[in-house]
Design a protein around this ligand. Structure first.
Ligand SMILES: CC(C)(COP(=O)(O)OP(=O)(O)OC[C@H]1O[C@@H](n2cnc3c(N)ncnc32)[C@H](O)[C@@H]1OP(=O)(O)O)[C@@H](O)C(=O)NCCC(=O)NCCS
Length: 185
């Protein structure tokens, strides 16, 4: 295993939520890749080629720019493929995500997440997110957006496949969300 400290979050029902907003000088955009342009920001190209192939070009990148067109936050949206065996065919995975350190703690990722949910929700689609247990800011954003903890698990060495190794019983999930108790029963 590469990582065995992961929390798996899921959100089934998306209700319209205007509780979060973006500052006026920031703009949110959704990027759809083509073979000629796989991403709008500087990052390792290999992972995007890999995603492009395995998602048949269906991944998206949601990004926020400032007035100078500088990217200050991005988040990926991936359909099911072999790395996410726990997802249903129509489900979507949110992440990985990043906010520029100078812009953190201003609610930008919270807004990006909420905006993505509103934009891509559809009947029967569940959204997933996988977060390391000690990543408090990211856990906080999932909880603020109404995600619930489904279980804990790991990322395998073999092509980075994610597995839920401990599934929480459904009634326990909400209690865990409220208490932020990450223990597995
Ligand atoms: C996780 C991350 C994307 C959050 O982005 P962000 O735009 O700062 O997120 P938001 O401002 O919307 O929300 C962060 C929440 O965590 C809190 N928080 C942020 N930094 C914190 C810290 N160091 N300690 C405690 N709380 C913190 C914020 O106060 C906020 O909660 P609040 O609204 O209740 O106050 C950003 O921290 C990041 O890029 N981290 C490095 C990469 C990473 O971990 N990506 C996620 C992988 S799943």
């Amino acid at each position: 295993m590469i990582k065995n400290n992961l929390i798996f979050f899921k959100k089934n029902n998306v209700k319209y939520n205007d509780a979060f907003d973006l500052k006026e000088d920031l703009t949110i955009r959704i990027f759809k890749p083509t073979l000629l342009k796989l991403k709008p920001h500087k990052n390792k190209i290999f992972i995007y080629l890999f995603w492009y192939l395995f998602t048949f070009g269906k991944y998206k990148i949601i990004y926020v720019t400032n007035r100078d067109e500088k990217i200050v936050c991005y988040s990926h949206l991936l359909p099911k493929f072999f790395k996410f065996p726990f997802m249903a065919k129509q489900d979507l995975h949110m992440g990985p995500s990043w906010t520029d350190p100078n812009y953190r703690g201003q609610g930008i990722f919270t807004y990006v997440k909420s905006h993505t949910l509103q934009t891509f929700h559809n009947k029967g689609v569940a959204f997933w997110a996988i977060v390391e247990k000690d990543n408090y800011p990211s856990i906080r954003v999932q909880l603020k957006n109404g995600f619930e903890i489904v279980g804990t698990g790991a990322k395998s060495k073999l092509l980075g496949r994610y597995e839920i190794t401990c599934l929480l019983p459904a009634p326990a999930r909400q209690n865990h969300v409220e208490s932020r108790d990450m223990r597995c029963h």
